[in-house]
Write a protein that binds this ligand. Sequence first.
Ligand SMILES: Cc1cc2nc3c(=O)[nH]c(=O)nc-3n(C[C@H](O)[C@H](O)[C@H](O)COP(=O)(O)OP(=O)(O)OC[C@H]3O[C@@H](n4cnc5c(N)ncnc54)[C@H](O)[C@@H]3O)c2cc1C
Length: 380
Amino acid sequence: MYDYIVIGGGIIGVSTALSLITQNPDKRILLLEKENAFGDHQTGHNSGVMHAGVYYQPGSLKAKFCKEGLKETIKFCSTHQIPYNQCGKLIVATSDEELPRMHDLYERCKENEIEAEILDQQQLLETEPNIQGVGAILVKSSGIVSYRTVTEKMAEQYEALGGEYLLDTEIINLKEDLDEIKVVSKNETFVSKYLICCAGLMADRMVNLLDIKTNFQIIPFRGEYFKLPEKHNTLVKHLIYPIPNPKLPFLGIHLTRMIDGSITVGPNAVIGFKREGYGFVNFSFKDTFEMFTFKGFRGVLKNHFRSGIKEMLNSFYKRAYLKQVQKYASSITLKDLRPYPCLRRQGALSMFVTHPPQLQLQPYLLVDMSLKKQKRHSIS
Ligand SMILES: Cc1cc2nc3c(=O)[nH]c(=O)nc-3n(C[C@H](O)[C@H](O)[C@H](O)COP(=O)(O)OP(=O)(O)OC[C@H]3O[C@@H](n4cnc5c(N)ncnc54)[C@H](O)[C@@H]3O)c2cc1C
């Protein structure tokens, strides 16, 4: 009998387990992960940005957690000698039409008490000579880190404090009664007083295992990334983001400095037909059926039909993808968009969609583990 079982070895599951064992050293805690390593999905393959919390609704938990999370992440990295870089971020307006939205975002920074600065065209040019725009917001506190490294370090700490874990253990069933919960994998049944699910893209399916009706579903999107050649590693000093389109749930194709010194470009957001299937042509009948029979998804399709088609075209036609990048980085050419050297996976985005619509659409990140598809990389 465990006191707590945590399902999911991404950053959320591992940090939850670490927090539990730190606060309850005498309790028996078990962390279960279906892959053979920690951080193998969203956590290990996102852009690695330590966000300042610019976009979030002032006063919301997201706004609060993001700010606190940034401080805690830096503290954790400093304590454990994990490399990070507070390189700052520029949110660039590329046309006069985007200026009002840029100013709205700046106001939001102020409301969220995030230090930010407006740069005019000349100041932008002086700050980032290779970036074109009519203005920008500079957020100095944003940074970069490897979240996989952070998660691995947390797992190490958790184990050192007496926490137990099992990898390669997929949970396929849950049975709850008043006193305990049975957590069932293919080979074993674990029993616990409490269960905490941190299953990322499978979160809704975990809830369904308990026969609880939900009004949300995870909808997979593939996010395709490229990597710039090494000679461009010094192209920008900051993370470069476009002004997001408020009608869309994604932030738009951005230039991300990675902690290894490289720069990635991406992502777009193309609808996926398989959960955790991140290759170019993955298909799962079950996942696709579930998606199309979910009313919330049909609502998303209706509202974002045009942009969805555009994203698909960009996926097939690299020049259209490039055009979006060239809006603010005109020196990048077609041959600079190189396959991202993903370690194991291509990546995918997904959306958390409710019906009736209640929550803001939220993007999640996933990455595909196959070494085979090196040509077209996708991550967050
Ligand atoms: C486009 C995009 C970019 C992003 N970029 C950033 C960024 O730059 N900075 C940032 O802070 N955040 C970023 N994120 C968000 C961040 O990646 C996620 O919020 C975070 O990684 C989620 O962690 P998690 O532990 O919930 O999920 P995951 O890392 O996906 O972990 C879930 C784990 O649960 C396991 N699991 C699932 N089902 C089962 C089961 N049945 N049995 C056992 N185990 C199971 C999975 O194998 C997986 O390891 C980005 C997201 C998106 C969409």
